[in-house]
Ligand binder design. Sequence first.
Ligand SMILES: NC(=O)c1ccc[n+]([C@@H]2O[C@H](COP(=O)([O-])OP(=O)(O)OC[C@H]3O[C@@H](n4cnc5c(N)ncnc54)[C@H](O)[C@@H]3O)[C@@H](O)[C@H]2O)c1
Length: 259
Amino acid sequence: MRLEGRVALVAGGAGSMGSAVAQLFAAEGAAVCVADMDKERADEVVGEIVEDGGRAIAAALDVCQAEQWEQVVVSAEKAFGHLDLMANLSGSNYRVSFDEQSEDMWRKIIDVNLTACFIGIKAVVPAMRRAGRGVMLHVGSLASIHQGAGSPAYGVSKIGLVALTRSAAASYAQDNIRCVLVSPGHVDTNFLRGDSAHSPNSWETSIENPDNYERRRASTPLGRLCLPEDIAKTFLFAASDEAAMITGSMLTVDGGAGI
Ligand SMILES: NC(=O)c1ccc[n+]([C@@H]2O[C@H](COP(=O)([O-])OP(=O)(O)OC[C@H]3O[C@@H](n4cnc5c(N)ncnc54)[C@H](O)[C@@H]3O)[C@@H](O)[C@H]2O)c1
């Protein structure tokens, strides 16, 4: 029970990694507010947590909307008394070349992956100050380490999170609030496999295509793609008191893919 007494807001909590984080946080004693624009799936995640004996509520949240963040913080404090943990695992990408990336795509990716983290921090900090402590966790990527060709906005957003994490860590350390970036490598999730509005994939890009799967596996020295549970365990560590002196850092969980 490494998160006993904590109250967590998990944004993007209906997603593959977000739901794994919400479930592990709840299993370790936290009360969890599962927030996502996919409210139906967030409700299902809450159902699974409650069935396993945990405490959770679901909330509709578009992470790009500051007022919605504020409402979700109010709901979490009302339901569970305080808020002292936030993990934001929402995200978006359009896997197209620099030539093909439109200004609209650029704005959407920067909005969801980077600006949403900025407004999310501003929404949760007052609640964490009231609680007297807090941990804010964001999700980076291999793109937080190096850039390749294609989807320029994705790389800019994910490397921007390195700076945002350091800026928030330096700004709020005096309030006993930590901020950590967890950067996964290739993770077998709907983000890479499915064809969703926030992360469109075709046969050319999806890991349903064995060539794409094998390319990602082969570029991972430990020999397999990460699973959402691998990432959730690192979020748990970063959230817990075992990481009490870790702030402003990036923790890479990539099987060596970023070496
Ligand atoms: N899968 C990978 O290999 C991988 C690797 C590195 C980083 N990431 C990052 O991990 C994060 C989560 O990815 P995942 O693999 O769990 O994908 P996923 O598609 O399963 O989950 C993403 C979730 O974000 C939610 N979301 C998207 N836009 C939103 C918005 N505006 N407001 C609220 N919720 C919104 C979706 O509804 C979905 O539940 C993303 O930030 C992604 O960039 C993924």
